[in-house]
Design a protein around this ligand. Structure first.
Ligand SMILES: [Zn+2]
Ligand SMILES: [Zn+2]
Ligand SMILES: [Zn+2]
Length: 166
């Protein structure tokens, strides 16, 4: 048993958990023209690319025709017939958020397409965990917990969590 086992990975900087994370990110990544899912940021999943150059949990780039969106975490949220109307920017939380602006654009264009929109998630507040309530999309940064310091990710909050102390 003195023979050395050959490990082809030995000369590579290979981290098993990092590898798994990368595989998961790619498994969720865009699937070409048949891609009809919209990320929580309000833009087509197809506009997202895995950012290979950062090592954090959040690792996406969302490209818009007129610039980039701050979204760094791909969260498929709804499925639509036509993704082309989902190119609006987020101007603020709630009704000013790109997801709501996109859905409203569909509603104004085609009642049929509006009614065909499917939610891929259930209405749960991501802060207090309450289920089956009305939620609003809010941009936050995510480093283990949600903070209002940034806008890397869209989370869904109930009104109590969105306006604490009111
Ligand atoms: Zn996104
Ligand atoms: Zn986006
Ligand atoms: Zn809540």
């Amino acid at each position: 048993m003195s023979e050395k086992e050959n490990d082809p990975m030995a000369m590579l900087n290979f981290d098993e958990s990092e590898f798994q994370r990368s595989e998961t990110l790619h498994a969720d990544a865009p699937r070409g023209p048949s891609e009809k899912r919209i990320c929580a940021c309000g833009h087509s999943v197809g506009r997202h690319k895995v950012n290979q150059f950062i090592k954090e949990r959040t690792a996406y780039i969302c490209n818009l025709p007129n610039g980039t969106c701050p979204c760094k975490e791909l969260r498929p949220t709804i499925k639509v017939r036509d993704t082309r109307l989902f190119v609006r920017k987020t101007l603020g939380p709630g009704v000013a958020h790109a997801l709501i602006r996109g859905i409203q654009a569909v509603k104004e264009k085609s009642d049929e397409d509006y009614k065909a929109i499917e939610w891929l998630m259930s209405p749960t507040c991501e802060k207090c965990g309450r289920e089956e309530i009305k939620v609003s999309p809010v941009n936050m940064s995510f480093q283990g917990t949600f903070t209002e310091a940034g806008n890397d990710v869209t989370v869904f909050l109930c009104d109590d969590c969105r306006y604490p102390g009111t």
